[in-house]
Design a protein around this ligand. Structure first.
Ligand code: PLP
Length: 396
């Protein structure tokens, strides 16, 4: 199509399509795809393990037994029951099964929550660096994302004063992601409580994205709604994706105040109605079956986390905050020439390592590269060796 033709075609699209920024992680993924050389892929945000066999078997059996049709919009009752029990056991948060709605991944749960809570004139506060989808989700809902850059000096800790300072009468929600993608930070409970208090005083909900909650390496994880003063003001989002290596099954959920959960279920009726019946059976098997595979994957991630931290500490110029959870390390490469995106592209072109540029996670991430340690120790070592080679070549 000619440029003019392309312009005319896009002019017919709704304005909201123009506000969307393409994720830089996907751009890097695109640049890497199809390359016929030995690339080390450290940009990927999903476990490198397969879904445990007993989950796959349960799903196949369920499909043969008739789990092939629509289900209740909020998910089948035994699954909502299992989610309620798992959340109480694993992160200490109490939600009745009726307060849970099952959706197509945390992604859909978040996206529908944004539509339920925020519209034109509303603001959603997003401390950054953060998973880039939030900003697009807020914009698609017609609301305004308000990024709050967290301080790099303290490893991107949740700075309660800074975040609270951006909460006001127009704030519909504040998104807190702990453990964080991309930094691996687990937020300090006191800081979260402070933010939650200010949010409540301004009639704004706290959206606690806890998809990495079961992947913490130092301390037991406690869900936000288990310790803040007003748990009824917290929406908790979680999924099977990262915990059970089930990204492709698209199974997540929202738990929260009844009116919000009902609104999300009701809006979801116009998008997908319910999530796949087979995936719901798979999730049921995941949550109620043996949890050893989760412990094994977590142990592997913990070992890799330690390896990455040690290896980065031995590099000249580069450093990273110690990830306390998730499977990402956020490397400070501010001493290399150019911005993160240029550095990431150079690293790919000249050294064959694919990373996610930090500015893709908000302005606060400029000067950083996110690497994922959802890869084998060998490949992580190879990738970090190549990064070190580039750092030495460019700085010595
Ligand atoms: N929230 C965060 C912080 C993520 O990093 C991701 C995926 O990378 C999601 C939500 C989406 O997870 P799901 O696969 O459950 O949609």
């Amino acid at each position: 199509m000619t440029d003019a033709g392309q312009r005319e075609a896009t002019a017919r699209l709704a304005d909201r399509t123009r506000s969307l920024e393409r994720s830089k992680i996907r751009v890097m993924f695109g640049l890497a795809e199809g390359a016929d050389r030995d690339l080390v892929r450290l940009e990927v945000g999903e476990p490198d393990f397969g879904t445990p066999d007993h989950i796959i078997d349960a799903a196949a059996e369920a499909a043969h037994d008739g789990a092939t049709q629509y289900t209740e919009n909020a998910g089948i009752p035994p699954l909502r029951e299992a989610i309620s029990e798992t959340m109480a056991r694993e992160s200490g948060v109490e939600y009745d099964p009726e307060q849970i709605t099952v959706k197509n991944g945390a992604m859909e749960a978040l996206s529908l929550s944004m539509m339920a809570l925020a519209g034109p004139g509303d603001e959603v506060v997003v401390p950054t660096p953060a998973w880039p989808n939030y900003v697009n989700q807020v914009q698609l809902a017609g609301a305004t994302p308000v990024e709050v850059p967290l301080p790099a000096e303290s490893g991107f800790d949740l700075d309660a004063e800074r975040v609270a300072g951006k909460i006001g009468p127009d704030t519909a929600a504040v998104i807190l992601t702990s453990p964080s993608n991309p930094t691996g930070q687990v937020y300090d409970e006191e800081a979260v409580s402070k933010v939650a208090e200010v949010a409540e005083a301004n009639d704004a909900y706290v959206i606690a994205d806890e998809v990495y909650g079961r992947l913490t390496y130092d301390d037991e994880f406690r869900g936000t709604a288990s310790y803040v003063d007003s748990p009824e003001n917290v929406l908790t989002v979680d999924s099977c994706s990262k915990t059970y290596a089930m990204t492709g099954w698209r199974l997540g959920w929202l738990a929260g105040p009844q009116e919000v959960v009902d609104a999300v279920t009701s809006i979801g009726e116009s998008t997908t109605a319910c999530t796949s019946a087979v995936s719901q059976q798979a999730a049921l098997a995941a949550l109620t079956g043996p949890q050893e595979p989760v412990a094994e994957m977590k142990a592997a991630f913990a070992e890799r986390r330690d390896f990455v931290v040690e290896k980065v500490a031995a590099m000249p110029v580069v450093s990273c905050p110690r990830p306390e959870g998730a499977f990402y390390a956020f490397l400070d490469v501010t001493d290399l020439p150019g911005g993160s995106f240029e550095i990431a592209k150079r690293l790919l072109r000249d050294y064959g390592v694919v990373t996610a540029p930090g500015d893709g996670f908000g302005d606060a991430g400029e000067g950083y590269l996110r690497i994922s340690f959802a890869n084998s120790l060998d490949r992580i070592e190879e990738g970090l060796d190549r990064i070190e080679e580039m750092v030495r070549a460019e700085t010595e």
